[in-house]
Write a protein that binds this ligand. Structure first.
Ligand code: ADP
Ligand code: MG
Length: 612
């Protein structure tokens, strides 16, 4: 028999669509606060939000006589006509969140508009308004949600552990802290303050506050613009990586998104700078014209579709590549080892501060000290950057945070791409252990791994040669011969062509012997011998000269053995190596992703000697 569902049942079903875990409650409430123009939001959760969620804001509040209405399904102040959907400027618009939350919890709201003298307090349990009273309270809105899913046992069972639910909530709030840099946000978990942001438009500071200082201080800030695209970001140098993409966070026009296009741009920028299976940390904030992409307006979908995928991908790739050429991209000596900071988190533990790992008091002190130093440095820089600052700070008088496009947000001046590393500023001071070259510039001390540097130079020479039409070869006065296995000899057609393309000339000299008459100009005979014997050792696995990525891998592998680690280089050889490295496209890591450079700043040295 067909019948209409009772309102209570229908409400619960509908609520399930919007609210399926504590995170959805927090998300809806925080987005409401943002839509209400709040500049301060406090979020407090207990037991993963299952027992208690409070969101307090200083936004516009709700009129006393509309408070109950706000909890009705399809009650919204954000749109009126269908046409309004085309030009949405708010995060919410469906008028379902408050109704859904109230249907599956015990909800309390205290709200007051600036015009009203008194505020109103309303209690609702499972959609039923229980009690309304007039009370004195500050402007803004507080919503408390208790006992989530108390009346929907099936849902209740499906919640994860307290820690898992709180971790998801904190991750969401961390993202909000980065997206809304002018918002002062406080997050309290089980009675402990996890973090609070200052709302001064300083994204970098928020990254330090919300994520980890160890990672934060090593990030490279940059800024790039092209046509309708504008990108601000913080990325890790190749020395700091993660085993997954969890720390690649992208915002497009202020919204956190998932995007393959952006991911591809990142992968290409770091391509031969990282070990396989390692991923850089990236916080990217992309601004683009609204008509250049499609955003799925479903609140829980994070996909965007760029109309010109290639342009966006290449823009991101190039911006990151440029940032990776700066001095900041050189891995710096692990500071903790020297400064004896009380460290509870290693680089490998880089996680948003989660319920189970809140910042300890000593760590907070450290962060404060660190920030002070950083701020001082930044302020000094800023003095000389006042003019540029005007360009990079899009200040608006009323920087309301309700603009989700982020375009009206103040962005701190430190988000400027640092200048590229200048090899001409390096002074070579010698080498130690037959392996590490010592160099300095005005305020840094560098160790350069001679082997890694050599590998990089070799690799890029090879690739350039391989791609070029006319090869730079040197004719050997005394040719040498090379013996290969029968199975390799079988495949001679392929590899002879390939070696020819790399700048070798060789001929058959016996059933499995070849005579090498010319080698690439950039290598010496012993290097050529080592390269070739390594090259011949590997199964060719059907790699064809036309298959550039496969060839790249092949060359990469063989370069490793071409270069010897313990070779005492003469001064002129070191000079030459550094010059060659300076010509490289990616000088800061070997083709296998190991760093070529390690940096110690003068400041770090001074701290090690306790001079500061
Ligand atoms: P939506 O956000 O889609 O409009 P909600 O159910 O989340 O729907 O909220 C209903 C309405 O209640 C909103 O349109 C808004 O007018 C009001 N409201 C909700 N939260 C707040 C808040 N924190 N401050 C001011 N008004 C609010
Ligand atoms: Mg809403």
């Amino acid at each position: 028999m067909i019948h209409l569902l009772e309102k209570e049942v229908a409400d619960k079903i509908a609520a399930g669509e919007v609210i399926d875990k504590p995170l959805s409650v927090v998300k809806e409430l925080v987005e409401n606060s943002i839509d209400a123009g709040a500049t301060m939001i406090t979020v407090e959760i207990k037991k993963g939000g299952k027992h208690y969620i409070r969101v307090t804001d200083n936004g516009c509040g709700i009129d006393a006589d509309e408070t109950e209405l706000a909890f009705m399904r399809h009650a919204t102040s954000k749109i009126t006509r269908a046409a309004d959907l085309e030009s949405l400027e708010t995060l919410g618009f469906r008028g379902e969140a408050l109704a859904s939350i109230a249907a599956v919890s015990r909800t309390e709201i205290i709200t007051k508009t600036p015009e009203a003298r008194m505020g109103v307090k309303l209690l609702i349990e499972g959609s039923c308004p229980l009690q309304t009273e007039t009370i004195g309270c500050p402007d803004g809105t507080t919503i408390v949600v208790r006992d989530l899913f108390y009346n929907t046992p099936a849902r209740k069972k499906f919640m994860n552990s307290d820690a898992a639910e709180s971790s998801a909530i904190i991750e969401f709030l961390s993202h909000i802290a980065l997206a809304y840099v002018n918002l002062r946000m406080r997050v309290i978990n089980n009675g402990t303050m996890l973090f609070s942001t200052q709302g001064r438009g300083d994204r970098y500071r928020n990254i330090l506050t919300v994520y980890s200082k160890e990672i934060g201080v090593n990030l490279i800030p940059f800024h790039a613009e092209q046509d309708y695209l504008k990108l601000d970001g913080y990325i890790s140098g190749p020395g700091i990586t993660r085993p997954n993409r969890k720390h690649q966070i992208f915002f497009v026009n202020g919204r956190i998104v998932d995007s393959q296009v952006i991911q591809q741009g990142i992968s290409q920028a770091y391509a031969d700078r990282l070990f396989e299976g390692r991923f850089p940390i990236t916080f990217l904030f992309l601004q683009t014209r609204a008509d250049t992409l499609e955003v799925n307006i479903h609140p829980n979908k994070r996909m965007v579709r760029f109309h010109d995928k290639h342009f966006v991908m290449e823009f991101i790739r190039d911006a990151l590549r440029e940032a990776l050429l700066s001095r900041e991209a050189i891995p710096s000596v692990n500071q903790e080892a020297f400064f004896k900071m009380p460290v509870t988190k290693k680089a490998s533990d880089f996680e948003p501060v989660s319920g189970s790992a809140c910042i300890r008091k000593e760590e907070q002190e450290d962060i404060k000290k660190l920030l002070l130093t950083l701020r001082k440095e930044a302020d000094q820089k800023n003095d000389t950057m006042q003019e540029e600052k005007a360009v990079y700070t899009c200040t608006t008088e009323h920087s309301t945070i309700s603009d989700s496009s982020g375009s009206s947000q103040k962005v701190h001046a430190s988000e400027k791409t640092p200048p590229p590393f200048d090899f001409n500023e390096l002074s070579i001071r010698g080498a130690v252990f037959g392996t590490y070259i010592i160099a300095t510039d005005a305020d840094n001390f560098y160790l350069i791994d001679q082997h890694a540097a050599h590998e990089r130079v070799f690799f890029e020479h090879f690739m350039a040669q391989y791609k070029k039409e006319d090869k730079h070869r040197q004719h050997l006065m005394i040719p040498f011969t090379l013996d290969v296995s029968y199975s390799t000899a079988e495949l001679r057609e392929d590899w002879m062509k390939l070696l020819g393309q790399m700048g070798f000339s060789l001929e058959v000299f016996g059933p499995k012997t070849y005579i090498i008459k010319e080698i690439p100009l950039f290598m010496d005979m012993s290097e050529a011998k080592r390269f070739l014997s390594d090259f011949m050792d590997r199964p060719l696995e059907g790699d064809r000269p036309e298959n550039t990525p496969a060839v790249e891998t092949l060359i990469m592998r063989s370069c490793k053995s071409a270069v010897k680690a313990h070779d005492y280089l003469k001064d002129a050889e070191i000079q030459r190596l550094i010059e060659d490295l300076g010509q490289c496209e990616n000088p800061f890591s070997c083709p296998h992703g190991r760093p070529t450079f390690i940096k110690i700043t003068q400041h770090q040295i001074e701290r090690m000697f306790k001079r500061t």
